[in-house]
Design a protein around this ligand. Structure first.
Ligand code: PGA
Length: 250
């Protein structure tokens, strides 16, 4: 299977320093090959590195994103916060919203909805994360949780072409575990159904995140509806990241 227009999002979480820019070089080189030109590689380093990364990827087809944003697009007295205007001013084009590590810190669906609106108002593209916890999966609440996260997170949002939906089962993040392929396919189809029911279907691409690595990537690409991956731990190694990209593409 040849996959076109895939997303590969490197979520570096709280890792990295300016020297890590070196790690993007090999990926940049790979992207010069025709075969990889139609795919989007997005690095999401910590806020402090956004500007340096953006300056460094100019004239390449690598993109940069932030890992979170404040819900207010306007400037204001919010010590320690970074809003979408500030993100935009670094040259970043994407922002991750609703990651489970932020939900754990208190981000609820309502706040996430505000963050998404703020990002779209600044012309940032949004990587909107949803996913159930292990406890919820065991209680067979996955569908209910996904439906609520998606419907409340996307409430009153019409600009769907700038949203990518990342399905990240919380129990899979950083654990080395991925869902059974049959189960993942069912959940992805369910997500598509929720989007369809709210008329947001076609424009929103669905990607997967949670312990993606060079060993499991082949299995994950068996699901056609998955248009890319958000990669945490493995993306810190350019060797593993490249391996994932290469194995996904054919
Ligand atoms: P992981 O993280 O690949 O290390 O599981 C994915 C994520 O949190 O986005």
């Amino acid at each position: 299977m040849t996959n076109n227009n895939m997303y590969f999002i490197a979520n570096w979480k709280m890792h990295g320093n300016a020297k890590y820019i070196e790690r993007t070089k090999v990926v940049k080189k790979l992207l010069r090959l025709k075969k990889y030109k139609n795919h989007k590689i997005i690095y999401c380093p910590p806020f402090t590195l956004l500007k340096e990364f953006c300056d460094n990827v100019k004239k390449s087809n690598l993109y940069i994103g932030a890992q979170d944003c404040h819900p207010d697009a306007d400037f204001g007295p919010f010590t320690g916060s970074v809003n979408t205007k500030l993100i935009r001013s670094t040259g970043a084009k994407y922002v991750i919203v609703g990651h489970s590590e932020k939900r754990k810190d208190g981000d609820n669906n309502n706040l996430i909805n505000k963050k998404i609106k703020s990002a779209l108002s600044e012309n940032l593209k949004v990587i909107f994360c949803v996913g159930e916890k292990l406890k919820e999966k065991r209680k067979k609440l996955t569908y209910k949780i996904l439906k609520r996260q998606i419907n409340e997170g996307l409430r009153k949002i019409k600009q769907n072409e700038n949203i990518i939906l990342a399905y990240e089962p919380v129990w899979s993040i950083g654990t080395g575990k991925i869902p059974k392929i049959s189960e993942l396919r069912i959940n992805i189809n369910y997500i598509r159904k929720i989007l369809k029911n709210s008329n947001k279907s076609k424009k929103i691409k669905i990607i997967y995140g949670g312990s993606v690595n060079p060993k499991n990537i082949k299995q994950l690409t068996e699901i056609n509806e998955i248009k890319g991956f958000i990669i945490g731990g493995a993306s810190l190694s350019s060797k593993k990241f490249i391996d994932i990209i290469k194995k996904s593409i054919n």
